[in-house]
Design a protein around this ligand. Structure first.
Ligand SMILES: [Fe+2]
Length: 211
């Protein structure tokens, strides 16, 4: 059957596809990153590359989901979610700090809260994204049971923006070829964190219609 609406020029909402959502590096993001990561270092380049991958994926997932979120918060939150990695010890990805890598979310949140307090800006929304993006979130019970070296509390993504950055991050590693991972690959790698972690990942996928 011919597409009546298309032929007559009548507005047909079903024909509307979500527009691609893009975002550039904001001034805030580049100022904060520049404070902690000096230019022309491999760590800064890696952080920027990974963070932009996560941002672009988050925005693509958002556009496809049809959900209405705070795009600027998603974009800047994705750019800042791993700001804590430099405080951690992961020499293969140029991180020469002393904290265990699992603490990078908590470390990043503290960095942003401190930076915000020093500069009179409220970065709490970004701090929350940092501390809630690891795995599919982490519960206090998991911190205890797995004796994770972070304060015992829940680190679950709660707002849609926190959920989206957490989900988008799972598609990219900072080591290896850095190419986007398949859903199957991600799900498999979540299994080592337990059945609850896999269930939470599946829930994040359902929330954004990812399958
Ligand atoms: Fe990340």
């Amino acid at each position: 059957m011919k597409d009546h609406a298309a032929n007559t020029g009548i507005f047909n909402p079903e024909k509307i596809r979500p527009a691609a959502v893009t975002a550039d590096d904001s001034e805030l993001v580049m100022t904060v990153i520049g404070t902690f990561y000096p230019e022309n270092t491999p760590l800064r380049e890696l952080l920027l590359r990974h963070s932009r991958q996560v941002r672009d994926k988050a925005l693509a997932l958002l556009a496809a989901s049809g959900r209405k979120l705070d795009v600027r918060l998603v974009a800047d939150g994705a750019m800042l979610h791993d700001i804590g990695i430099g405080s951690c010890h992961a020499p293969k990805i140029y991180c020469e700090g002393i904290l265990p890598y699992i603490a990078h979310g908590v470390a990043g949140a503290e960095m942003l809260r401190r930076y915000g307090a020093q500069h009179g800006i409220d970065l709490e929304v970004f701090a929350r994204i940092c501390e809630r993006h690891t795995g599919s979130g982490i519960t206090a019970a998991e911190v205890r049971a797995q004796q994770l070296p972070i304060p015992v509390r829940d680190y679950l993504p709660e707002t849609p923006e926190e959920k989206l950055v957490c989900l988008a991050d799972k598609f990219f590693s900072k080591s290896g070829n850095m190419r986007e991972k398949s859903l199957e690959h991600i799900r498999k790698s979540m299994e080592k964190f337990g059945a609850d972690a896999v269930d939470r990942f599946d829930e994040l996928c359902r929330f954004f219609g990812v399958h």
